[in-house]
Design a protein around this ligand. Structure first.
Ligand code: ZN
Length: 81
């Protein structure tokens, strides 16, 4: 299998490690898309998150309506106090 992570972080001297997370929210120009059980890269020092091209492609497909989401969930929005 191709090694997707293990490269140096672009913000610090840490190493980006692969991590499977239950849910990750991706900001998109039309809102947010949440992927579940997604493999992301996380810097072991600063915590910066990195996403694979495959993951971003999936986010784009769902955000643009090309792929159907499993379900849609309402997100509460409020003004900061
Ligand atoms: Zn870092």
């Amino acid at each position: 299998m191709k090694k997707q992570f293990g490269y140096g972080c672009e913000f610090c001297s840490g190493i980006v490690k692969g991590k499977r997370v239950d849910r990750e929210a991706f900001k998109h120009k039309t809102g947010f898309v949440i992927l579940e059980q997604v493999l992301i890269g996380v810097c072991d020092q600063c915590g910066s998150r990195y996403y694979t091209a495959k993951t971003l492609k999936r986010v784009h497909a769902i955000a643009s309506g090309k792929a159907k989401p499993t379900r849609t969930q309402r997100v509460p929005v409020a003004q900061a106090v």
